[in-house]
Structure formats: C-alpha cells, structure tokens
Design a protein around this ligand. Structure first.
Ligand SMILES: [Zn+2]
Ligand SMILES: [Zn+2]
Length: 116
C-alpha cells in the first residue's frame, strides 16, 4: 500500500496524513459542524438508538416476516423495513424499545411528512 503523502493542515499548517486537517483541527472542525447541523445526538440518532432500531427490525422480522403494519395504509408485505420513533425525540420521545415502530421505508417517510 502506498504511503499517503503528508500535507500541511489547512488550519495550523502541521504536516498530517489526513486529507485536509491534522487530528486536533479535524476534531475541532467536526465539533463546529455538529454545532451547525445539530449533533447526531440532537437529531435523535445515537449509537444506542441505532442498536435499538436494528434489534427492533430483527425482532419484527422474526415475528412477522417481511411485513409492514402500514402507516395510514393497510398492512402489506415489505422487504425494506426500518425502525423509527413512535413519539419523535423532538416531542420528548425516548430511545427505549417501546418507542420504536417498524415500518417499510415508504411508510416511514410518509409518516415523517405528516406526523399525525
Ligand atoms: Zn491543524
Ligand atoms: Zn409500509
């Protein structure tokens, strides 16, 4: 494997193998980005949530197979199941398994568009 050339950090000029910033500057930059966009935690997607969501989908599959309960539509078969919060984090929902709803992707995005 070719060694990547060292280049000066865009911020402080320290030579680094990172594409644009040295590690400390990269970390600071990332933090700033998180503040701008809202951190992953604020958006409701923590590592814990991802685990809970993956488990919810796996459990749903084990119990119901590739079957979407439907969001404002009749239940239907679906292979692209995803898990989402029943009560959105913004409205005080939690990451606990009883606040998880498994729907197919189209139903999930419909739900996101019209949450009630
Ligand atoms: Zn730097
Ligand atoms: Zn569906």
């Amino acid at each position: 494997m070719a060694t990547r050339r060292r280049r000066p950090c865009l911020v402080c000029g320290t030579l680094t193998r990172n594409p644009s910033r040295c590690d400390p500057c990269q970390a600071a930059w990332q933090q700033q980005q998180d503040r701008v966009r809202g951190s992953a935690h604020q958006r409701g997607y923590t590592q814990q949530w991802r685990t809970t969501a993956a488990q919810a989908v796996a459990q749903h599959r084990a119990e119901h197979g590739d079957w979407c309960p439907g969001w404002k539509v009749p239940a239907h078969s679906a292979t692209d199941l995803t898990a989402d919060h029943i009560a959105p984090k913004a409205q005080g929902g939690t990451d606990s398994p009883d606040n998880v709803q498994v729907l197919c992707r189209p139903c999930n995005s419909r739900k996101r568009d019209q949450p009630c």
